[in-house]
Design a protein around this ligand. Structure first.
Ligand SMILES: C[S@@+](CC[C@H](N)C(=O)[O-])C[C@H]1O[C@@H](n2cnc3c(N)ncnc32)[C@H](O)[C@@H]1O
Length: 418
C-alpha cells in the first residue's frame, strides 16, 4: 500500500510517472533510502517523506535519472550555434542572450552551450546561462565541473582539448567556461518556478518530459512558454516534440535538431536576422475555405505566403509548385522528394506532396503528408483544412471537427480577430 502512496507523492511533487521508469526503479530507490535511514517499515518511511522535505529531496536524488553527456545528440547544438551566428549575432542585440537549460543534470548540457557560445565568439558578458535541476547532488557535481569518460561520447572530442585539463583519469573544465553558467536547484513544476525570472531567448528542456504523464507534460510546456520570449527557441528531446503539435511553434530548418521557434505567425525562416522581441506581422494563411481544398493554381497564387526560405530550397519549392500548376505532377513530386532529402523538415514540400498524392487519388498518402505538414507547422492553415476534409470523407466527424476548429483558429489569428 505504501509504495503506490510514495510513487504518488513523487508524481505530485516532481512529475515522475512510475510507468515511465518502471515501479522497480522507485522501489529500489525507496529500499536504498530506508536502508540509509535505518528504517524497516515502508509505512514509517512514507510518513517521514510526507513531513520532511530534506528526506523527500534525498529520495528524489536517488530516483532521478541523471544520464547526460557533452554535445548529446550533436545536432541541437549545431542548430543552436547556427541560430546564434545567423540570427542573434546578425541582428542588433542590445541585451545579453539569455539561455535556460532545465533540467541540466550534472552540467554537461549547459556547459556545452557555453562552449558553443565561446566558439561563436561571444563574450561571457553578452550571454547569460541559467542551469537548473531538481537534484541538489547533480547541481553540486555540475558546479565542480570535473568529468569522467562517460561524459565524453562520440568521435569528435576536440572540444575536450580546448576547454578541459586532465586531472588523473578525469577532466576539469576551464574556469572561463564554468563561469558562464549559473546553477540552481529548483523544480520546474513548482508553482513559483517562473517568479522573478526574465524571459529566455533559448530554452533547452530535453529528456525530462518523457518521465511525465500527459497533463504534467503540458503543465511543463505551459511553464516553458511562459519563460520564453515571443520569438524564442525551444529545444526538446527527440521523443518529446509531438507535445508542440497544437502550439504556435514551428520547427527550425535544421535536420534532427528538435528545436522550435515560437511562431508569432510570421515567417518560418530561421536564417534571416531576427527582430527580437518585436511583435511580428501576422502571417496570412486564409486563402483556403475550410471545406474545399485548393487546386494548385490558387496555391501558387498565394505562394509567397508559404515560402519564406531563401536560396536553392526556395527555388526548388517554387519550381515544384509551378510544375504542379502546369499539370506535371510526377516531376513536381520528384522536386519535393529531392528537397525533402536535404531538408526533411520543410513543411511546404510535404504539403505540396500531399496535394499531388490527393490529385492522384492516393488519399492515405495525402493524409500522411498533410499530417506531417501540421506536425512541422501546427499553424499550416491549408494542411489543416485538407485534413478536415479527408477526415470528414472517412466518416470521422470528431477528428474532422477538430481540424476544422484548428484551421478556423489559425484563420482568426491571421486576421487578427482570434
Ligand atoms: C536524463 S536527465 C536530462 C539531462 C539533460 N537535459 C540531457 O538531455 O542530457 C533528467 C534530469 O531531470 C531532472 N529532473 C527530474 N524532474 C525534474 C523536475 N521536476 N524539475 C527539474 N529537474 C528535474 C533529474 O534530476 C535529471 O537530472
Amino acid at each position: 500500500m505504501s509504495l503506490p502512496a510514495i510513487a504518488s507523492l513523487l508524481k505530485q511533487h516532481m512529475g515522475l510517472h512510475s510507468s515511465t521508469v518502471g515501479s522497480g526503479t522507485i522501489s529500489q530507490a525507496v529500499e536504498r533510502r530506508m536502508r540509509d535511514c535505518g528504517i524497516n517499515d515502508i509505512g514509517d518511511y512514507h510518513n517521514i517523506i510526507s513531513q520532511s522535505e530534506t528526506e523527500l529531496n534525498e529520495l528524489i536524488d536517488t530516483v532521478v535519472i541523471p544520464e547526460t553527456w557533452f554535445y548529446r545528440d550533436r545536432n541541437p547544438f549545431s542548430a543552436f550555434s547556427d541560430w546564434v551566428r545567423h540570427n542573434w549575432l546578425a541582428g542588433s542585440a542590445h541585451t545579453p542572450l539569455r539561455i535556460l537549460s532545465v533540467p541540466c543534470s550534472t552540467g554537461e548540457e549547459p556547459y556545452t552551450l557555453a562552449m558553443c557560445l565561446a566558439d561563436c565568439g561571444m563574450a561571457a558578458a553578452d550571454t547569460h546561462i541559467d542551469a537548473i535541476d531538481i537534484s541538489s547532488t547533480n547541481i553540486e557535481r555540475a558546479r565542480q565541473a570535473r568529468y569522467g569518460n562517460n561524459s565524453f561520447r562520440g568521435g569528435d572530442l576536440r572540444f575536450r582539448d580546448r576547454y578541459f585539463e586532465s586531472v588523473g583519469t578525469r577532466f576539469q573544465l576551464t574556469d572561463a567556461i564554468r563561469q558562464r553558467v549559473h546553477f540552481e536547484q529548483a523544480n520546474l513544476l513548482e508553482q513559483d518556478f517562473s517568479t522573478g525570472r526574465a524571459p529566455y531567448h533559448v530554452i533547452f528542456c530535453r529528456n525530462l518530459l518523457i518521465y511525465f504523464d500527459r497533463p504534467t507534460q503540458h503543465q511543463a510546456i505551459d511553464r516553458l512558454e511562459q519563460l520564453l520570449t515571443s520569438d524564442g527557441i525551444l529545444f526538446l528531446g527527440h521523443s518529446e516534440t509531438s507535445l508542440l503539435l497544437e502550439r504556435p511553434f514551428s520547427a527550425l530548418e535544421f535536420p534532427r535538431c528538435f528545436g522550435f521557434r515560437r511562431a508569432e505567425k510570421e515567417s518560418r525562416t530561421d536564417h534571416a536576422p531576427a527582430s527580437r522581441n518585436k511583435p511580428k506581422a501576422p502571417r496570412k494563411r486564409d486563402r483556403l475555405p475550410v471545406t474545399a481544398p485548393l487546386p494548385f493554381a490558387e496555391v501558387e497564387a498565394g505562394k509567397e505566403l508559404h515560402t519564406v526560405e531563401t536560396g536553392d530550397n526556395d527555388v526548388l519549392l517554387q519550381k515544384a509548385f509551378r510544375l504542379a500548376d502546369q499539370g506535371h505532377l510526377d516531376e513536381a513530386a520528384r522536386h519535393c522528394e529531392t528537397l525533402l532529402q536535404q531538408h526533411a523538415l520543410q513543411a511546404d514540400a510535404h504539403y505540396l506532396l500531399g496535394l499531388i498524392r490527393e490529385a492522384a487519388g492516393n488519399s492515405a498518402e495525402a493524409e500522411r503528408m498533410f499530417r506531417r505538414t501540421v506536425y512541422l507547422d501546427p499553424t499550416h492553415y491549408e494542411a489543416l483544412a485538407h485534413l478536415s476534409v479527408i477526415c470528414r470523407r472517412q466518416g470521422d466527424s470528431g477528428e474532422a471537427r477538430r481540424f476544422h476548429e484548428r484551421a478556423a483558429r489559425v484563420q482568426r489569428h491571421n486576421r487578427g480577430t482570434g
